[in-house]
Design a protein around this ligand. Structure first.
Ligand code: TYD
Ligand code: MG
Length: 457
């Protein structure tokens, strides 16, 4: 008698498995459970390995393990190399995530074309676009293409593996993992089990043949990698490509990198001929700073190894009856609430009946607390109707007591401020104390201890 196939319900958000369907998963996601067949095969496999595999594995002393210098491949894109930690490591798996239409495919085809130019075959597998569509894009971004750039419109992993064995590519690109499937499983492409299985297969290809693999992954509405947290653990690097859809600047950031730091960012500008690197990042988020208006303050963050200057805009308006609105674009909502609370308590501003909108101009999302002071001053400026002094930068982390805490690399930000022609930089007293007189050239340094001192400065 044929046994009824056992099934399990898997949350597509977090991978949680439950024997019964649930409207809401334990991770909090609604309607995310999908029924999947339990695969008997891997289980039997592991049991067999358990009994017969004795003696196969032999550990070696760490001192005897050769410390292989990573062989890095130059992608021809400086900003991408920088985020990867100095180039693409052979045999590494890299996941690149981002919203649809942000430019993942464009970035990768540009890197692929550059690598193909050096002779090694590059295989670009797309499950989303036809070969003609890929060609159209490639024509736009790299008119001179080498014959080593191979494309394949395919979603079946077994066929992709066969193609890899034939071609032995020097670089493999999978666009995107959510469209790929393996015949071994019955579940639909994009489901947790398929994504996990495909990720494993890709890792095998990459590690056994020392091929660097780039995997494109979609993100959900909330910006999380869709489904496959599991893949995040498999891969060596997790990159995120972000930016405002209607703004040209795109930021590439590493969330995980086994071969480099995660503090570097790469900046690009989307143009009609593809992505162009932005080398001089520090001033590129600023529009004309000559005219100062209410609610606008220039601040800076230190991203990786370079300072970035950005403009914070705030607007406060009397609220209608009910709750006052707090809207933040580019900075953390809770951080904004905290800054508003400090402003209310320590500077005596009445925020309760004010709607507050804060925006980081240019679509950057600085994840450093050194923009706190800029946000606080922008809100203050809008509420009180005063303008911040011209050519002034403000950096500092706001503490709950209204004090200003020091930020990292303030000296370097000050130097860059001088280079960009700023006349004054407001920074925490602790940072200012560490700087020598005249270190920032013509730019005057105002060390302040608290938020109220900063307002006066
Ligand atoms: P794409 O790389 O297809 O995004 P993703 O793979 O992340 O979904 O980029 C698509 C967008 O980029 C599209 O809206 C058009 C724009 N674009 C340009 O502005 N210039 C170009 O040269 C290219 C190729 C795309
Ligand atoms: Mg794409």
């Amino acid at each position: 008698m044929a046994k009824k196939a056992k099934t399990v319900f898997v949350c597509q958000e977090c991978g949680y498995e439950s024997p019964k369907w649930m409207g809401r998963c334990i991770c909090g996601a609604w309607d995310s459970m999908v029924e999947e067949k339990i695969q008997e095969l891997p289980e039997r496999d592991s049991r067999r390995r358990g009994s017969a595999g004795a003696g196969a594995a032999s550990p070696s002393p760490l001192t005897k393990v050769g410390s292989a210098d990573y062989q890095r491949i130059d992608t021809g894109i400086g900003e991408l190399n920088r985020v990867l930690g100095g180039g693409l490591v052979k045999g590494s798996l890299t996941l690149i995530s981002g919203e649809p239409g942000i430019g993942k495919s464009t970035l990768i085809i540009q890197a692929a074309a550059n690598i193909a130019e050096k002779g090694a075959p590059v295989l670009y597998v797309s499950g989303e676009e036809s070969e003609e569509q890929i060609k159209m894009r490639a024509d736009r971004v790299c008119p001179e293409m080498s014959d080593s750039l191979l494309v394949l419109a395919e979603t079946n992993m077994e066929n992709i593996i066969a193609a890899c064995e034939n071609i032995r590519p020097g670089f493999l690109i999978i666009d995107s993992i959510q469209t790929m499937y393996t015949q071994e499983l019955d579940s639909v492409p994009g489901s947790v089990s398929q994504v996990r299985a495909c990720g494993n297969l890709l890792m095998k290809i990459g590690k056994s043949d020392s091929i660097p693999v780039f995997i494109v992954a979609h993100v959900t509405k909330s910006g999380e990698l869709a489904g496959p947290k599991i893949v995040e653990h498999l891969v060596d690097c997790v990159l995120n490509f972000s930016g405002e859809r209607d703004h040209e600047i795109r930021i590439l950031r590493a969330y995980k990198n086994r071969f480099g730091t995660t503090s570097e960012i790469g900046a690009f500008q989307m143009e009609s001929g593809g992505l162009r690197e932005i080398q001089n990042l520090s001033g590129s988020f600023l529009e004309s700073t000559e005219e100062k208006t209410e609610g606008s303050v220039v601040t800076a963050v230190y991203e990786g190894s370079r300072p970035v200057f950005l403009e914070i805009q705030a607007l406060t308006t009397p609220a209608n009856i009910g709750f006052a609105r707090r809207t933040a674009v580019g900075i953390d909502h809770q951080r904004l609430s905290m800054i508003l609370a400090v402003l209310e308590k320590k500077l005596g501003l009445r925020m309760i009946d004010q709607d507050v909108y804060v925006n980081v101009v240019g679509g950057l999302r600085p994840d450093s607390t050194s923009v706190d002071l800029g946000v606080a001053l922008a809100v203050y400026s809008s509420l009180r109707g005063v303008t911040c002094r011209r050519r002034t930068v403000a950096i500092g982390e706001v503490g709950l007591t209204g004090d200003l805490r020091s930020v990292s690399a303030a000296e370097k930000i000050a130097l860059e401020a001088d280079r960009l022609g700023y006349e004054q930089i407001i920074m925490p007293a602790r940072n200012a104390g560490r700087m020598k007189r005249g270190e920032a050239g013509r730019c005057r340094i105002s060390g302040v201890r608290s938020l109220s001192e900063a307002v006066r400065a």
